[in-house]
Design a protein around this ligand. Structure first.
Ligand code: UDP
Length: 339
């Protein structure tokens, strides 16, 4: 078994779950299509006989995530910065805008690129949707809620964001992206949908340490029996959604006829502390890594957990993969990657 087989298994699972939706012969533009979530979307769509145009400048995405698709006749890769205008010369049915770095450890190094991807990039993508009369999915984030005072957080909560803090580049540009979507809906009638994505993990998360999110960092550290770096006291919480559940939710939101103009939380509602996460990672990797306590980064939200009642009601979607099961699959993929 290779790491590609682990992904293929997941793609088959998503395709089976989405059996009630037809993607056949539709042309989908996926910005950020070589990234963690974007590449899973490209895989599912290609397996469902859709045509995919993947735009990515490989700033944080990886060619390796899509290399197996490059020979497929329905797949086209364009190396391009999604924040810059582009002429595609093809009729597009659905635009999915995922291009943006998303790791907090990148926020102080690339804040301008992040703001451009979520503002200019969203506008460029919305213009394509407008011109083609296409549907538009914006991948927003739980970060629009900032350090939420209402947890589990429903879509009606307006947020508690520090615009000038180190996370401001991401939080505020995603908020602006959402405002742009609603502006294109109100002024031009574009069929927009906004997904607020909560922490998601799984195969194809970047495994190369420095800028990584908490799950790949802990797995890497545990597999090497190195110290697991807990930021702060580790009592802050997150809710982790396995990638196959996330992708199914995003595609349901983009394809469901009744979701025009809707904003929907997509995530797993099981809230755990970062210390608990470290324990589960140690267990599934059979590691004896010690814990190392480091300073908490500024504006790190204290609690994060989605209220997913809206997704359940309108999309008939809910996550199915429990944390330990998802982590086992992720660890399997990581081990195959580093072999
Ligand atoms: N975190 C940690 N150790 C690490 C990396 C992250 O304790 O090595 C914490 C981080 O402070 C945050 C949580 O894990 O509270 C999730 O961090 P991540 O970078 O995955 O993204 P976030 O949810 O903050 O956007």
């Amino acid at each position: 078994m290779t790491e590609k087989d682990v992904v293929r298994e997941g793609v088959n699972e998503i395709s089976k779950n989405l059996g009630d939706i037809s993607f056949e012969d539709q042309t989908i533009l996926v910005t950020g299509g070589a990234g963690f979530l974007g590449s899973w979307i490209c895989d599912v769509l290609i397996s469902q006989n859709a045509k995919v145009i993947c735009v990515d400048n490989l700033a944080s995405g990886l060619k390796n995530n899509i290399s197996h698709l490059l020979t497929q006749k329905n797949f086209k890769f364009i190396s391009h910065d999604a924040s810059q205008p582009i002429c595609l010369g093809e009729k597009i049915d659905v635009v999915m805008h995922l291009a943006s770095r998303a790791s907090p450890l990148e926020f102080d190094k690339y804040p301008i690129e992040i703001i451009k991807a979520n503002t200019f990039g969203t506008m460029v993508s919305l213009e394509i949707a407008k011109k083609n009369n296409a549907r538009f999915l914006f991948t927003s984030t739980s970060e629009v809620y900032g350090d939420a005072e209402v947890v589990p957080t429903p879509e009606t909560y307006n947020g508690n964001v520090n615009p000038i803090g180190v996370r401001g580049c991401y939080d505020e540009s995603k908020r602006c992206g959402e405002a742009l979507c609603m502006a294109y809906l109100r002024q031009h009638g574009v069929d927009v949908r906004i997904a607020r994505i909560f922490n998601t993990y799984g195969p194809r998360m970047r495994a190369d340490g420095v800028y990584g999110r908490v799950v790949p960092r802990f797995i890497n550290q545990a597999l090497k029996n190195e110290a697991i770096t807990i930021f702060g006291d580790g009592k802050q919480t997150r809710s982790f959604c396995y990638v196959t559940d996330q992708i199914e939710g995003l595609l349901r939101l983009a394809w469901f006829d009744g979701a025009k103009g809707e904003v929907v939380n997509i995530g797993n509602p099981t809230e755990i502390t970062i210390l608990e996460l470290a324990e589960v990672v140690r267990k599934v990797t059979d590691s004896n890594s010690q814990l190392q306590f480091n300073p908490l980064p500024p504006d790190d939200p204290k609690r994060r957990c989605p209220d997913i009642n809206k997704a359940k009601e309108i999309l008939k979607w809910r996550p199915k993969i429990e944390l330990e099961k998802g982590l086992k699959k992720t660890v399997k993929w990581f081990k195959l990657m580093i072999q």
